[in-house]
Design a protein around this ligand. Structure first.
Ligand code: UT7
Length: 332
């Protein structure tokens, strides 16, 4: 029987208009443009401003962008998965809100929380629904409104993150393109290094948790950095090796944008030169689940049918992984 694969047939994205520069951060915390640029590669990030605006706003805009570009009728969408750790509310799922707003009235939808690896987890899950033969059009969104959970008095975290969302459309194909392989990993021991202390069922919100600034990202940066460098590089090398991909066979490395030094280490481990590494960290910072689809959105016009892409991520959980994709279409 011919194998059904899930191919990416469209990409959409959205970043908010407001640009928070390193210069502006210098007025908010004890930091400098020089420190942020040399330690992370980030120059600016986008922030979603305004009351009552959740991550759904960005997910909806990204999906509408993709639907318009691919001329897809939203009523044909079977499933929407939204990878995020900053949902509009704990429940209902933000994916439900997006589905209704974009007119995907025949879809079922749910959220997935795997922090910075969320898009890879959701992509692999969505691909499995397609490969099963039961579903024909699946939207995978990755996005976060990190500004909602950042302490803008903590210079170790507020300089890194930004807001944004991207999405892809998955459809079945019998050609040798699409999601070819994936390796996904998690290790709950990572909890102590990267988490949000309160607001969940273990420590519900209270006056004390608000006073204690416990509703923000807590990160032990140097420890996370060490795990990220090792694991993102290893899993990328592993997926290349087990698919017999030599550096020259790989058209693009598509790495989670957490820190340029982690990206460089991953590229070097896989033997990929800088010109084949997608990078937009300088403009958007770390948008958590948004980084990888936003890279695909930015680079879509440079991608050709048959290009081999290695997507790789590492983040809170810990979670990490790599996905091997053969690109399915040429630019218009
Ligand atoms: O995407 C999810 C997963 N997250 C990651 O992958 C992030 C991984 N970690 C990192 O990217 C880096 O660890 C950071 C960018 C967060 C920090 O860079 P670092 O080179 O690891 O710095 P550090 O935490 O070891 O701190 C070095 C020094 C410290 O000062 P002392 O103790 O040496 O005097 C910090 O207080 O740099 C100081 N520092 C800053 N200085 C100026 C920390 N943040 C800042 C800042 N501006 N914003």
């Amino acid at each position: 029987m011919t194998k059904i694969r899930a191919s990416i047939t469209g990409v959409g994205g959205y970043v908010p208009d407001y640009i928070l520069t390193n210069k502006e951060l210098e007025t908010m915390v004890e930091t400098s443009d020089e420190w942020i640029t040399s330690r992370t590669g980030i120059k600016e990030r986008r922030i979603l401003k305004g009351e009552n605006k959740g991550v759904s706003i960005m997910g909806i805009a990204a999906v509408k962008d993709m639907l318009a570009k691919t001329k897809t009728d939203p009523k044909e969408i079977d499933l929407i998965i939204f990878a995020t750790v900053t949902p509009d509310m704990t429940f209902p799922a933000t994916a439900n809100i997006v589905a209704t707003e974009v007119g995907a009235t025949n879809a079922f939808s749910f959220d997935m929380a795997a922090a910075c690896s969320g898009f890879l987890y959701a992509l692999t899950t969505g691909a499995s629904f397609i490969e099963s033969g039961r579903y024909k059009k699946v939207i995978i969104i990755g996005g976060d409104k990190m500004s909602a959970i950042l302490d803008y008095t903590d210079r170790t975290t507020c300089i890194i993150f930004g807001d944004g969302a991207g999405c892809v459309l998955l459809e079945p194909t019998t050609e040798e393109v699409g999601v070819m392989d994936s390796i996904l990993k998690s290790d709950g021991a990572g909890e102590s290094y990267l988490h949000m202390k309160a607001g969940g069922s273990r420590t519900p919100a209270s006056q004390a948790t608000v006073d204690g600034r416990q509703h923000f990202v807590y990160q032990e940066g140097a420890a996370v950095f060490k795990f990220a460098v090792t694991n993102m590089a290893e899993v990328s090398a592993q997926i290349a090796e087990r698919n017999n991909l030599k550096p020259n066979d790989i058209a693009w490395l598509v790495p989670h944008q957490a820190n340029k030094r982690i990206i460089d280490a991953t590229a070097s481990r896989v033997g990929i030169s800088e010109d084949k590494v997608m990078m937009n960290i300088q403009r958007y910072g770390n948008t958590t689940a948004g980084t990888i689809p936003l890279l695909l959105w930015d680079y879509e016009k440079q991608l050709k049918k048959g290009d081999n892409l290695i997507l790789a991520a590492f983040g809170g959980g810990f979670t990490w992984g790599a996905v091997y994709i053969k690109w399915a279409y040429n630019p218009n």
